[in-house]
Design a binder for this molecule. Structure first.
Ligand SMILES: *Cc1c(COP(=O)(O)O)cnc(C)c1O
Length: 453
């Protein structure tokens, strides 16, 4: 709806001239040119050429209620007119901010009744990272400062986020990780499990946490963080043995357990939060993405009562100008209201989640598909050069990129991490759209199998 039509016809050139994109090699992008997304409706997006795509990635794991929700736009407009901004620093709050705090904690566990607001998942990471250290210091244990995370985890792109994340290529930019952060292995059985069963392997990688705590000294460790299901790392669903063992170790060793719910939260797994799906109770849980379905930027950290009780007893010197921004809060409230009213969490658990799992299982007969993992509407499809031996392709990244590009050319947005194809569609996706997703992916795999061998 821009009025500057001269600029509109020229957006590609302007973008190449002025805009540095995230996680992008700009010279390579500008060779091919950027895609300009114009409009969205339901699970579909349209580019400025009118080409239609099924967005099986919900933007960037976030558009849980789908595109084109007028009621969110209306809530935002109304709040914008009434009070576009006020801060929550100086003994103040705004009504949407406080109502959102109540609404979001109502869906967390019985022992998790507080939230600290941020503008993004990365800021949520920085927030709990500082909060965990303040918590132990306030309890008279200031030496508990070290934080343990996982290789191939993702917790955002700020200095603390990229440090806690286990992405090597991110560490290489800016001499990360910062001091006090340690990484253990990930529960990625298909590639790292060797001859162990998934259950044995799940236990083994969980016990790496115990060994790391032992190495650092329990009195020096503040927290362990992990995504209930690794998202950016490739939708890696841990074996069932994994989370109970992790939770047990954190409790026994007096370590805060942080569940990064930025992707898993707000219905994606068929529960409100990923830790509920796996049946464990974290002490802290960063949230973002599905909190507002991406309509406006907002994130936060859910804080369990025993941590909140300690944090409330000190002045926690942390916060953002836009912590609890009233307009973003209004968008999030309406987003959660939609999830509740349309029973989208139940829909994922009982209807579209199982439907997607069944449709994806049909790909297991494909020569190139080694494994399929999905929980709710979060799926990872593992490709392999030889599925009998779990042998990977020589260049996993190239295979993923090739299949992804084929999907995009055929109107399906998926993402690839290495040799895994990832899906994370809006929670409103229909059965027909899931059929299109799996059919288009199969065609892409067929083409790749011919091309790449
Ligand atoms: C996206 C993501 C983040 C970072 O959120 P931003 O809003 O991009 O800062 C953190 N943790 C997980 C698990 C994520 O997927």
């Amino acid at each position: 709806m821009t009025t500057n039509t001269a600029a509109l016809s020229n957006i590609g050139a302007l973008d190449a001239a002025h805009h540095l994109h995230p996680f992008t090699h700009m010279d390579k992008l500008n060779e091919g040119g950027t895609r300009i997304i114009q409009r969205g409706e339901g699970s579909l997006i349209f580019d400025n050429q009118g080409k239609k795509y099924l967005d099986a990635f919900a933007g960037l794991w976030c558009v849980n209620v789908g595109y084109g929700r007028k009621s969110i736009a209306d809530a935002v407009y109304q709040q914008m007119n009434e009070l576009p901004y006020y801060n929550t620093f100086f003994s103040s709050t705004t009504t949407p901010t406080t109502l959102l705090a109540q609404k979001v904690t109502a869906h967390a566990g019985a022992k998790m009744n507080h939230v600290f607001f941020t503008n993004s998942g990365s800021e949520a990471t920085d927030t709990w990272f500082r909060m965990a250290r303040v918590y132990w210091a306030a309890k008279g244990m200031p030496s508990k400062k070290q934080v343990i995370a996982r290789r191939n985890g993702y917790h955002g792109s700020t200095v603390a986020g990229a440090s806690l994340g286990g992405m090597k290529y991110m560490h290489e930019h800016g001499a990360l990780p910062i001091e006090g952060i340690h990484h253990i292995g990930q529960p990625y059985w298909y590639v790292e499990g060797g001859d162990l069963t998934p259950a044995e392997f799940g236990l083994k990688v969980a016990q790496e946490l115990e060994a790391k705590i032992e190495e650092l000294g329990e009195d020096n460790v503040a927290a362990f963080v992990a995504e209930p299901i690794q998202g950016a790392g490739g939708v890696i669903v841990p074996p069932e043995s994994y989370w109970p063992e992790i939770a047990k170790i954190c409790k026994a060793r007096n370590i805060l357990l942080v569940a990064d719910e930025v992707i898993c939260g707000f219905g994606r797994t068929g529960s409100w939060f990923g830790h509920q799906h796996f049946g464990f109770e974290p002490d802290l849980a960063p949230i973002a993405k599905g909190l507002s379905s991406g309509y406006l930027p907002i994130g936060g950290v859910l804080v369990s009562d025993h941590v909140a009780d300690v944090i409330r007893s000190v002045e926690f010197a942390h916060g953002y100008t836009y912590s609890g921004h009233p307009v973003c809060a209004a968008a999030a409230i309406e987003n959660i209201r939609i999830i509740e009213e349309e029973k989208l969490v139940e829909r994922v658990r009982d209807d579209v989640g199982p439907y997607l799992a069944k449709a994806l299982a049909s790909l297991l007969d494909h020569d190139m598909v080694g494994d399929v993992q999905s929980v709710g509407l979060m799926a990872g499809i593992q490709m392999a050069a030889d599925k009998k031996t779990r042998q990977r392709f020589a260049k996993p990244d190239e295979v993923g990129t090739w299949v992804r590009n084929h999907c995009w050319s055929n109107g399906l947005i998926m993402r690839a991490t290495g040799d895994r194809m990832l899906a994370s569609p809006p929670l409103i996706i229909t059965h027909e759209e899931i059929d299109f997703l799996v059919g288009t992916l199969r065609n892409a795999l067929d083409a790749a199998w011919k091309e790449l061998r």
